[in-house]
Design a protein around this ligand. Structure first.
Ligand SMILES: Cc1cc2nc3c(=O)[nH]c(=O)nc-3n(C[C@H](O)[C@H](O)[C@H](O)COP(=O)(O)O)c2cc1C
Ligand code: SF4
Length: 159
């Protein structure tokens, strides 16, 4: 709370509290309902566990696109505040599908923005065919985990 007040005084518009990883979906649903009551504005649904390779935090290409979207949809049944989906939403069509099916209110893009920082701009200007898609190879996280400069397999400008 002290840190949140400090951020507000410093001029930030909002703060994000990281509470993901290691909870079951049922536990997460209960937490989400409680968070809404405390005045939280938005919930970003992320999954996985750092010590459990069966449920990876950064799903590779062996996992389906929109890996955690079904979990966002579950959380949406518990709250009325906006819910964000993240995880392998790497193309315009996947993003559009998530929003059209009302599985989430917003999407978040992580690696897709490392691969192509103009991801959102290209969608806005209807240039979706020009998007350089993330390959979910995880070269990026592997390099920074070793304390090295981040390398992206499809964006050499980051090297
Ligand atoms: C290089 C890298 C660093 C990340 N660091 C964080 C972090 O510090 N905190 C966090 O909550 N998520 C972190 N993430 C996870 C992303 O926010 C995102 O949830 C995850 O990559 C899945 O979404 P994506 O498939 O769009 O990349 C990181 C991801 C990458 C690739
Ligand atoms: S290195 Fe680039 S292409 Fe590979 S997962 Fe990371 S962002 Fe995606």
């Amino acid at each position: 709370m002290k840190a949140a007040v400090g951020c507000k005084k410093a001029g930030f518009d909002g703060i994000e509290i990281h509470g993901a990883h290691g909870l079951t979906i049922n536990e997460s649903k209960k937490v989400a309902a409680k968070l809404e009551k405390t005045g939280v504005d938005v919930i970003d649904v992320f999954a996985g566990h750092i010590n459990n390779s069966m449920i990876p935090i950064l799903p590779d290409k062996t996992y389906p696109y929109g890996t955690f979207v079904h979990l966002a949809r579950e959380i949406k049944t518990m709250v009325n505040i906006p819910v964000v989906a993240v995880g392998r939403i790497h193309t315009f069509h996947i993003a559009e599908h998530v929003l059209k099916t009302k599985s989430a209110d917003f999407i978040a893009v992580g690696r897709g923005l490392l691969a192509d920082p103009l991801f959102a701009r290209k969608i806005f200007y209807a240039e979706t065919e020009k998007i350089i898609a993330c390959k979910s190879c995880n070269t990026c996280i592997k390099t920074i985990s070793k304390g090295k400069q981040l390398v992206c397999a499809v964006n050499s400008e980051l090297d």
